[in-house]
Design a protein around this ligand. Sequence first.
Ligand SMILES: Cc1ncc(COP(=O)(O)O)c(C=O)c1O
Length: 418
Amino acid sequence: MDFFKYMNDKLYCENVSINDLVEQYGTPLYVYSKNAIINKFRKYDEAFKSVSHTICYALKANSNLHLLKLLANLGSGADIVSGGELFLAMKAGIKPEKIVYASVGKTDKEIWAAMDSGIKAFNIESWQELEVINEIAIGMHRRAPIAIRLNPDIDIHGHPYISTGKSINKFGINIEQAIDVFLKAARMKGVRIDGIHCHIGSQIVNLDYFAAAAEKMAAFVQELEKHGIQVNHIDIGGGLGASYENFLITEGQETSRTPEPEQLAERVLGILSPLDKEIFFEPGRSIIGEAGALISEVLFRKESNGKKYVIVDAGMNDLIRPSLYNAYHQIVPSEKKKSSNEVVDIVGPICETGDFLAKDRELPHLDRGDFIAVMTAGAYGYSLSSNYNSRPRAAEVWIDDDRHQLIRARERYEDFLS
Ligand SMILES: Cc1ncc(COP(=O)(O)O)c(C=O)c1O
C-alpha cells in the first residue's frame, strides 16, 4: 500500500493533502504516516513469528514519544544507546525486559539507571566496560544481564560513517578476543551472560551481509558451547535499508524497493533457528524511514554562473543526511506541475556551502511559494536535527487516514532561553 501518493495531482499522506497540512502547521514540517509505521512493525513481527523473538526498535532513528508509545502498544522492545533514550523508552511504556542497551561509552550514571530499570541486557563493547559494569552491579548486590557485542569484521560497502562491523570500527569486540571476554565474564560475580549481539551497519540492502553476520554468530555460539557457555538470545542488530530513490512512484519511473523484513528473516533464520535461541532484531530506519517526509516551502530562485538554485526554508539543521552522508532523497512538489524539467540544486538558508538537500536534480520548475516534499525522511531526520543558525526545530505531525495530529510542536525562539 502507498501511504504517500498523488491524488488529483496533489500529494497526500494517507488521506490528508500536504497543502492542507502546511496551511495549518507551517513549514519546515515533518509528516509521518501512522499506518505505514504500524504496517512495517507488523511485517517484522510476522516475519520472525516462527521463532521466539523480540523486535527492538532503535530509538536513534526517531525518538518521538508518540511514535514510541505506538510501538510499545504493538509490542516493540527498544534498542537504546543513552540514558536519554532509556528515559524515553520507559516513559513510552516499553517493557524493560525488552530493552537492550548498546553504546561504546556508557557513563556510570547511565549504567545505574539501566540496572534500576531492569533492562534485558547491556550490549558490552569493551573489556573495560565489562569490568565497570561488573563492579557497579556488585556494589548494588545484583548481577547485570549482559550480551557481548561481537565485531564480526564484515564490510557492508556502505558509507564509512554508517558501517559499524569492520574490525577497524570502534564498535564491539573482535571475534578473536571475544571468547576470552566471555570466559572472563562467566567467572564474574556481578554479571550474568544472556546473549551475543552484533550490528554491522545501516542502509544495508544486500541480504548476503546479514547472512554472513548470522553465520559468524552461529559459529561463535557453537564455540562458546564447547567452552561450557550457553546464551539465551542472539541479537543481530538493525540495519535493513529504506528506499530513497524514486520511493514515490510517479509516471514513467522505475523504483527499486529494498528487501522486506520477510526476506531478511528467511535468510537469517535459516542459519540461526537450529540453535534454538531467542532472536532479537533492532530495526530503526526500515521502520520509520519511508513513513516520513520533510515538507518545505520555496523561498527564492537564483541563478549564478549558469547554475540554478532553488532556496527552500528547510536546511541542514532540519535534515542533515544530504550534507553529512551525501545521501540522496527523492524530492517531489506538493502539487504536480505541467512545466518541463530543469536541473537545479535545492539548498537551504544556512550559512554553509554544505547546506543542500539535492544537487543537480532534475525537477519541474519550482517557484516562490511552492512546497516540496523530501521523501524517506522519517529516520535520522528529526533525530539528527539541531538549532544551528538559531533555527527552531521543525514541527512533527502524523496522519491516520483522514485525521492529523501534532506530535511535536515547532520550537519557539523562547525555547532558546531555557
Ligand atoms: C546498535 C545498533 N542497533 C540498531 C541500529 C539501527 O540501525 P538501522 O536504523 O539502520 O536499522 C543502530 C544504528 O546505528 C545501532 O547502532
